[in-house]
Write a protein that binds this ligand. Sequence first.
Ligand code: KG4
Ligand code: ZN
Length: 331
Amino acid sequence: MKILAVESSCDETSVAVVEDGRKVYSNVIASQIDTHKKFGGVVPEIASRQHVEAINTVLKEGLEEAGVKLSDIDIIAATKGPGLIGALLVGLSAGKALALSTGKPFVGVNHIVGHVCANYISFKELEPPFVGLIISGGHTYLIEVKDYVDFTLHGRTVDDAVGEAFDKVARSLGLAYPGGPVIDSLAKKGKETIEFPRVMIKEDNYNFSFSGLKTAVLNYLNSAKLRGEEIVVEDVCKSFQEAIVDVLIEKSFRLARETKRDKIVLCGGVSANSRIREAFEERGKSENIKIFYPDLKLCTDNAAMIASAAYYEYIAGKVDENNFANPNLGL
Ligand code: KG4
Ligand code: ZN
């Protein structure tokens, strides 16, 4: 079953053709990062306009690269939420219009579920159940994936998402947007010289909080400036990143132990982080838990993961008829 999917929830316009949820024929991604860099973050109105400009070309490229015609496609899918409303509407309207004009079934996909499914593309043998940690610019969820379409939410951030914390800390250090990859590479040259808080690490729940950590970094920078102390950016990056890694590891492995799951699956843009990957692998070895994370291209937003999620929803007969764009769609 070949699915053509569209993703436009934030600042990437993407179209993919994927067969049976795992075999990628094409995954074209037009990124707007260079435009938003100037503003230090995504500007929603500009994002919507750029999606409108890009969508037809990306749709054409998605089919061409796959070497298929629209008539070869069985199902059309698009992200319906969560995300920026204006951005979502562009891809969703394009997908629905294609489905309507060709008479093919349409599946509206939850972007968060899509991130999880990116792993099915990278690991052909991966199957639920497992513990899932979704860490992106907009979301931080700790879940149990009991089956392809059966999720139990155990924890989430009570304030900033992990990626948001990376981006905001990078901004306060004067680093480029998106800050995650920049912090990741600078931290490799740094030492953990500053003790930042591991917020909520001991709390008896699976929630996270990253806004206090972000403030702690800001306070450190301000007081170091006042005292005229040298700020070693690499050390700040390393110390901040280690604080993030510790809480993510502690809560994810605790959930795996308590639910007796032997796999932890990472996904979302922040799962591209080299230190997070390494630390999960190390701990996984000592606790006999297998760690999965998608190929780098599949960590950040892309339509192949949306096609994969659409496939599993469709074959489970769980297609939701309500395909309105929903910026606040939960799990
Ligand atoms: O999943 P994604 O593309 O978009 C959302 O759905 O939010 O994630 C983007 C986020 C940004 O905050 C970016 O800074 C972060 O992923 N990111 C990283 C790395 N690469 C991307 N964070 C930490 N380390 C990285 N290597
Ligand atoms: Zn995303």
